[in-house]
Design a binder for this molecule. Structure first.
Ligand code: B12
Length: 484
């Protein structure tokens, strides 16, 4: 008799360097928020479910034995998230170990990366029994009900008598209001997870707002075009403001959580949506801080005033990906690729207006900038760097709340840059899933950009040049963060 219907296991980046670097950001202790939604849904449908965060368990007890623990729990299905490609080596190794030691366990993968590379994974790793592709809420219920008739499970690709069968992606979630993302108790050691996630990732608790995205940022594997290709999603859906606030309230009641990271950005089309959330939060009188990304300018003064009125600003942060501080480069990008990706369509004057408003309402603002955008030359990088220095000097002398951050770009599976790399003048090193596995297995999981490298070169920039520039920019970032 099996005790658990399903155990979800969150993998680290790799197992090789885990014990020495488990507390490093790039061991990737953070789990996809969808796991909480699925665990709660399955519980409500009568299934016995639990989540184990493997890097967290090793952090708490270096002698933790997953196999011993699973033997006690005796699950029918073990589901590993392969959402972020950075978990590819760790995810595979955990499933391999489980299949080897507990051959009766049905081994499952899911998430964006597992979906994008589903065929390659099923062909090359026979210890993976199946993958749920795309949105997984309904398919995972179907899987637990029909483990002996897998042809009835939507979105599933699986093995049958040595052959691989793909049921195709027919389930695309249309209503996510029935999901809860605050049911932390399904995770072993959830209190420790909340604390370490904040301490290691510097990210408050993520809240689901939406599925999909209306934009096409060229490096994003979750944009409009990519979502169609990967998950068969043709439009963006939102949770109702009151359901988002229900989750936040519940989280604050059951845990010490005082901050959230909104999983969808603000842009002219979502200002009203966020302001409805803010109104409900103010009615509840919650002492909350929030991280929010601007996905497109302009953002109105009315919205920023509303944000400032709602949150504890000391720990809140609004992020904006400027990508490049060089105005002339952004113009060049816009003229070449603006019909796909409108994120470069703003002037330095727009940036200055944004900083003025942020300073007016004392909202901390962090710019995210990149090295290695398409058709970006050494001169473009220099201009971007010089503008960042100018900002650093002017902002720190006026004691403003503006800072910068950047990380080496790792091309996301299924993003425009990867799908149409020739068109963007990019030569991606990781062409297959196997390449990503190798890259992640080799990572010593130290602080980026120390051992995190870009995985491509461009028409104008070499990999070595981009890695060097990322390290130089990291100093500017650090000074800006310390002086903001
Ligand atoms: C919000 C968000 C975040 C938030 C919240 C993350 C979180 N905890 O979930 C923050 C800002 C913290 C974040 C961090 C990162 N993110 Co992010 N993020 C997003 C964003 C904008 C929306 C995601 C979302 O709302 N998902 C909805 C939730 C409910 O879905 P879900 O958690 O994925 O779960 C569903 C499925 O994936 C699947 N599933 C997931 N796990 C499993 C497991 C099993 C067994 C099964 C069957 C199914 C399954 O079923 C779930 C329900 O349908 C997307 C872009 C986009 N528009 O999609 C990028 C995106 C997903 N992120 C991305 C990346 C790269 C990252 C980082 C690695 C960036 C970095 N270098 O640090 C980190 C991850 C850090 C870590 N692991 O420690 C990439 C992933 C590309 C890829 N294939 O690898 C995306 C696509 C953006 C991009 N740049 O391309 N992210």
């Amino acid at each position: 008799m099996k005790n658990y219907d399903i155990i979800f296991i969150h993998p680290p980046r790799n197992l090789e360097y885990l014990s020495s670097n488990v507390k490093a950001r790039s061991s990737y202790i953070m789990m996809p928020m969808g796991l909480f939604g699925m665990a709660d849904l399955l519980h409500r449908k009568g299934f016995n479910v639990k989540i184990i965060n493997y890097p967290l368990e090793i952090l708490l007890n270096p002698d933790f034995s997953l196999i011993k623990y699973l033997t006690q729990l005796n699950p029918k299905v073990v589901g590993v998230d392969l959402h972020w490609v950075l978990h590819s080596a760790g995810g595979l190794d955990i499933l391999k170990l489980i299949k080897h030691q507990l051959p009766d366990c049905f081994t499952l993968l899911g998430g964006y990366t597992a979906t994008y590379y589903a065929n390659e994974i099923m062909e090359n790793y026979d210890f993976v029994d199946a993958i749920i592709q795309g949105d997984a809420e309904e398919p995972i219920i179907q899987l637990l009900r029909h483990l002996n008739s897998l042809e009835r499970v939507e979105n599933l690709i699986y093995r049958n008598s040595g052959n691989i069968h793909d049921n195709g992606i027919s389930y695309v979630a249309e209503n996510i209001n029935n999901l809860n993302f605050a049911k932390v108790r399904f995770l072993d050691h959830w209190k420790e997870y909340i604390n370490y996630n904040y301490e290691i990732m510097h990210t408050p608790w993520p809240v689901e707002m939406a599925r999909g995205c209306p934009f096409n940022c060229i490096n994003c594997g979750g944009g409009s075009h990519s979502s169609k290709i990967i998950n068969n999603r043709k439009y963006t859906i939102f949770r109702s403001p009151s359901r988002v606030v229900d989750d936040i309230k519940e989280l604050m009641e059951v845990s010490e959580v005082k901050g959230v990271f909104y999983g969808h950005g603000v842009y002219p089309g979502t200002e009203k949506y966020f302001m409805e959330i803010h109104k409900l939060l103010r009615q509840e009188n919650l002492d909350l801080h929030a991280d929010l990304e601007i996905w497109r300018l302009p953002i109105s003064e009315k919205f920023l005033y509303d944000f400032a009125k709602t949150y504890n600003l000391e720990k809140s942060m609004i992020w904006f990906s400027v990508r490049s501080f060089s105005e002339s480069y952004r113009k060049k990008f816009n003229s070449l690729y603006g019909h796909f990706d409108t994120s470069f369509d703003f002037s330095n004057k727009d940036l200055e207006n944004l900083m003025d408003l942020m300073n007016k309402y004392q909202i901390p603002l962090r710019f995210f900038w990149d090295v290695g955008n398409p058709q970006e030359t050494g001169i473009d990088l220099l201009k971007s760097f010089l503008y960042s220095l100018k900002l650093l000097i002017t902002q720190s002398s006026s004691h403003s709340n503006v800072s910068f951050w950047s990380e080496p770009i790792i091309i996301s599976p299924g993003c425009l840059n990867e799908l149409y790399s020739d068109y963007f003048g990019i030569d991606v090193e990781s062409k297959t899933f196997k390449d990503y596995v190798r890259m992640n297995r080799d990572s010593k999981m130290r602080f980026p950009p120390v051992d995190v490298s870009v995985n491509y070169k461009t028409n104008y920039l070499s990999k070595i040049g981009m890695n060097l520039m990322n390290k130089i920019n990291a100093f500017v970032n650090l000074i800006s963060v310390l002086s903001s």
